[in-house]
Design a protein around this ligand. Sequence first.
Ligand code: COA
Length: 250
Amino acid sequence: MTDHILIQRPETAPHVQVIRFNRPEKKNAITRVMYQTMTDALQAANEDPDIRVTAFLGTEGCFSAGNDMGDFLAFAMGGSMGREVLDFLGALATAKKPIVSGVDGLAIGIGTTIHMHCDLTVASDRSLFKTPFVDLALVPEAASSLLAPRLMGHQRAFALLALGEGLSAADAKDAGLIWKVTTPDALEAETLSLATRLAAKPPEALRIARNLIRGSTADVLARIDEEATLFAAQLKSAEARAAFEAFMKR
Ligand code: COA
């Protein structure tokens, strides 16, 4: 457990579990223990009939700056990557209940690709979605190399994932990455209201409808594994290590 991830059950949102990034001093960068806490929460939601929807939220002005660069550097220097990231991606891709997300501000790396697994995402109009994988000498993760072209077509996916071009909230909506744009003040209420609306639906019908809409997860899980092997190899490269060291030394 870590208080860098808060697991909340808002009174105003019955049957909704909130997974909240809560490390604002590090722009909600995600460490191994934070991944583990999120995996546990997603698995708990699968089993708990009182939880019908999970909502990801961040803090004011920041959803997440992605994977913790210190963890990347530790792995690049020969440390263990552990199972936490892969376990989280597996739990995310196979979650049995709807997932919504609310983004206010920065959404970098997995802070962007996480929404490709969500069912509905709301973002404030000051949000920025960006995946600087290649600039860090890394490759796309979280099955984003499969899901992004499906969502937005090859060229936009290439601009996002390979060129490292940022998407504004309006661009992200246009690209089909998110569903709705709102003001920063309304972001949390809008996200929780959507989650609550979903949670009020007949659960079995919602479950069946969601499974039909999403289709099989087999190709998604296979791509997560394929990307992870390539990602781990790149993490060990001299060019990646140089990029992490440059960030850590700023
Ligand atoms: N991992 C670890 N720490 C991070 C981090 C990350 N991914 N992103 C930000 N931080 C830390 C910074 O090191 C800084 O810590 P410090 O105050 O102890 O020095 C703190 O969060 C604030 O970040 P800062 O860079 O000062 O804020 P900013 O508003 O100028 O820039 C970002 C914000 C997100 C644009 C910038 O921090 C950044 O580029 N982060 C890396 C994002 C990234 O590449 N993620 C991996 C994608 S695969």
